[in-house]
Structure formats: structure tokens, C-alpha cells
Design a binder for this molecule. Sequence first.
Ligand code: GDP
Length: 548
Amino acid sequence: SAADDASDASDVSSGGRKVSSDLIAREVKRRRTFGIISHPDAGKTTLTEKLLLFSGAIQLAGTVKARKSGRHATSDWMEIEKQRGISVASSVMQFEYRDHVVNLLDTPGHQDFSEDTYRVLTAVDSALMVIDAAKGVEEQTIKLLNVCRMRNTPIITFMNKLDRETRDSLELLDELESVLKIQCAPVTWPIGMGKNFRGVYHLLRDEIMLFKAGEERANGNVEIIKGIDNPKLAEMFPLEIEQLKMEVELVHGASHPFNLDDFLAGVQTPVFFGSAINNFGVREILDALLDWAPGPGGRDATVREVKPTEEPFSGFVFKIQANMDPAHRDRIAFLRVCSGRFERGMKLKHLRLNRDIKVSSVVTFMASSREQVEEAYAGDIIGLPNHGNMQIGDSFSEGEMLQFTGIPYFAPDFFRVARIRNPLKIKQLHKGLQQLGEEGAVQVFKPVTGSDLILGAVGVLQFEVVASRLLNEYGVDAVFEGTSISSARWITCEDKKKLADFERSSAGANLAVDAAGNLAYLASSGVNLRLTQERWPEVTFHATREHA
Ligand code: GDP
């Protein structure tokens, strides 16, 4: 509000360091930054929309959906540009709920699947996992959960589509526990399913929320009946209540009670049942996020840990999106604020280049309004305009040399050889790929023998994006051909002499250097990789690497 703004301004101008650090502590405390993960079609887009609906950030259902349908990897952010940072189709959405500031980070689904997806998860403090209760754990769910596990990110689970015929609820929990290796603590429990879906029983509050189909607006009028033994229930749906009582007994016996510490440690996930499309069970999710999920925590910055409430600003880039405006070759670097207070127009140090930049036109991601946000705190995401000199993993501060860690590159699963139709453009090809490689759009490997350039990606769509960007931004008409490479591993070796032996051996012909200058082994098959690893026990083969 205007009054708050005025008092903030005087806090700063009075030079009261204490006041300002109180302000930062207050703002940090009310932030929640989470990613939403799921296998395609589980209902991530629908749930995102309902979360925004609940918070009041959008008024009408259909807004997010409509944007998704026409969506391409690149059109996403034409949208942002058009809307000056308010697009709900963008991958970052900020909204307020119960006096909290919530940052919701979308992870792209299947066709869009790329390294971005993984790295987005390095910028969140918790994750919301959406599961289609008719299908259970699916392939992408497993991949994404493994990434969350790298940082022990706390996870809230939403079992979706209870208005359909689903699998048995106990069986679903069982699958979660055995496949994802995470303890389940059901918080709500479904009463019936499909046509007979009656609602959910809140195990902690001992109350029943009655299901009503087709809520397009979030008026929050869910009918609640207190107590599982309430005679009213037995009257309403005797069969389902019998079943519920039996199941609840089983659940109490067989599953784990919710434990906040276990959740925060990433070993236990609270599980909620509902139906996103019917706006049912969504409020419980939001409340769990606010009540249980952690706010921004400390971050490792190599030389020390950075606390979110420290006054000096710091943050790191976890994603770069190109093609904002194809005519200008603009890119946006998504920066997660780790500490302090960002203010428009402030001077930041770009630590890798040791250069000051003045950030005057920053994109923010309010889901509800066109207001340009003037400040940001730990947990918030800001978009910095980037003319090609920022890389994923780059850190920014007010001067201190901090390098935030834990922003991974993943060994690619798909490989192509880059060739060019016009040999005169070879320089542009190299320059383009070097820059796109630095930016993280694709991984580029230069084999130590030969003159080919090998591209590696985690999702094949990356190749399409890179081909179109090479053409549009660098005027290079490249073709990507298949290769015999099946996997890549970064290699390190403590023993310099052994490393030299390795490089000189026949395996050495499979070595390549990536865009950041790291040595990698490109294997022709899983067998080849395994045999090489066995033959060279002193050499370590890494499936991930950190920012250079
Ligand atoms: P995403 O690919 O994970 O983003 O999934 P979407 O949100 O696009 O949903 C995939 C499909 O499932 C769409 O047709 C949705 O309308 C549908 N869907 C989402 N939530 C529900 C639900 O609670 N019940 C039913 N029956 N369908 C749902």
C-alpha cells in the first residue's frame, strides 16, 4: 500500500540499517518459492490456474489454459514482452496469498523438456508434485523427483483427478513409497472416486470436505462436516463412509503420521487428494505451502553460506531465455534473489566478468497486475535483460566475490553433429554455438580429434530451438545429423600422469572439450562407457557438472 511504501522509503533514507534489516527479515519470512512438477497431462497447468484463482491473482478460469494451447518454446516469451511481465503463461508467476508472497516456477512439460526443467528446480525452496491418480507414478515424475532429491527439496504431493476412476489410494501411496523412495504422510483422504467421489477427509483436522463439481471461481464455499463419526455422514452416503472408516484405520496403521521435520528434510511428503479441474483440494495445498513449506534458506556460495536476511544483495542466474525480441537478439536471464533487497536502478557486480552493471529495466512476474515491482527479496525471481554476456550459474552481488553452487549441467542423452550448408559461415557457426553453449541452450563438445562439433541435449526439442536460433540470430543454416555417440561423462583425475596416460590411450580419441573448457568422454554405447570406466579406475566419470 501507499502508506507502507512511504514508511519503507523513510526507513532507507533515515539510513537506519537496523530498520532496513528488519524490513528484509520480514519480507523474507513471508516468501515461498516453489516449483510445480509432474508428468505431462497430470494436471499441472490446471492446478497452476486454480492456485492463481484461489489467490485472487486471476479472476476467471481458462486464462492459463488458453495460453498453453498456442504455446511454443519461443512464443512463451513474446507473450511476456507483450504483457510486460505479467503473463501467466510465463514460467514464473508471483502472487500474494494470506499476506505471503508466493513465487511459482513452472517446469516445462514433455515436448519442452530440457535442461531448463532441471535447473529451475535449483531456484526453488520446495516443490509441488502433481500425480494423476488414475496413472500413479510416471516416467517424468521419477526424473523430476530425482532432481529434487539432489538438494533434498521438500515436496508436497497432490493426487489429482479423483472425479475420475482412479487407482486404489493405498496402492498409490505404496507406489510412491517404493518407486520414488519417499515416505508418504496422507493429510487428506478421498471418499469414493469417479462418479461416487464425495469429498476428502482431513486426517489431521478430523473433518470432511464435501465435493462439489465444477467450481470455476474460487469462492471457497466448501461444505465441511466435523468428525468422521458424525451421524450426518452415515445418512448422506453410508457405503462410502463405511469404506472410509476402514481405510482410515489402515492408513493410521500403515502410513506415517505427518512430521514437519521429515518433510523439511525431504524424506517425507504430505499427500493431498483432490480434483484440480473442480477446484477441489486446492486451498489445502496453498495452506500447506504457507504453513509447512520452508521460506528462502541459506545458500552455499563457495566461500561461505549466504543468509537470505543479509543486507547486501546477491543472487544467481538459473535460466536464460532467448528471442524475447528476435530483432534485437535479446535474452532474459532469470535470477533468483538469495539475499538483501533488490531495487530498480541499483548497481550490481557481475562476478564472473568482474564488471558492474546498472539494472534499470528489470522484468518481474506478477501474475495479477501490470505494476512494475520496484523491489525484490530472497526467494523472488527477477528477469535481467541480457545481451549475450550472462551464463547460467553466474552470480551477482553488491561487490563480494560469491559463487553460488549447485547449478548443475546434466550429461546429455541426445547427440547430433552440427554441419553447415554454406562453408563460408563456419565462423558464425562456431560463434553461435559457443554462445548458445555458454548460455546453456545446448551443450557443445569439440572432440579433441577431428573438426566436428557435437551437440548434446537432455531433450530433443533443444536441437530445434538451437537450429532456429542459429538461423535467426547468427544467419547460419545448420543441419544436425545423427552420431554414434550414446552418452557423455565429464572426467576428472587427481593423478595428472594417469590422466595423460588416459588421453594418450585409444580411449583418448573419444575425448572432447565442452563450451566451458571441461574435458568429457563421449561413449559410443553403454557397454563402451562401462568398459572404459573399468579399465581406468583412477579416472572419475561424472554425470553432472557444476557451473564453471
Ligand atoms: P499438464 O500437462 O500437466 O499441464 O495437464 P493439464 O492441466 O493440461 O491437464 C491435462 C488434462 O487433464 C486436461 O484435459 C485437463 O482438463 C484434465 N484435468 C486436469 N485436472 C483434472 C481433474 O481434476 N479431473 C479431470 N477429470 N480432468 C482433469
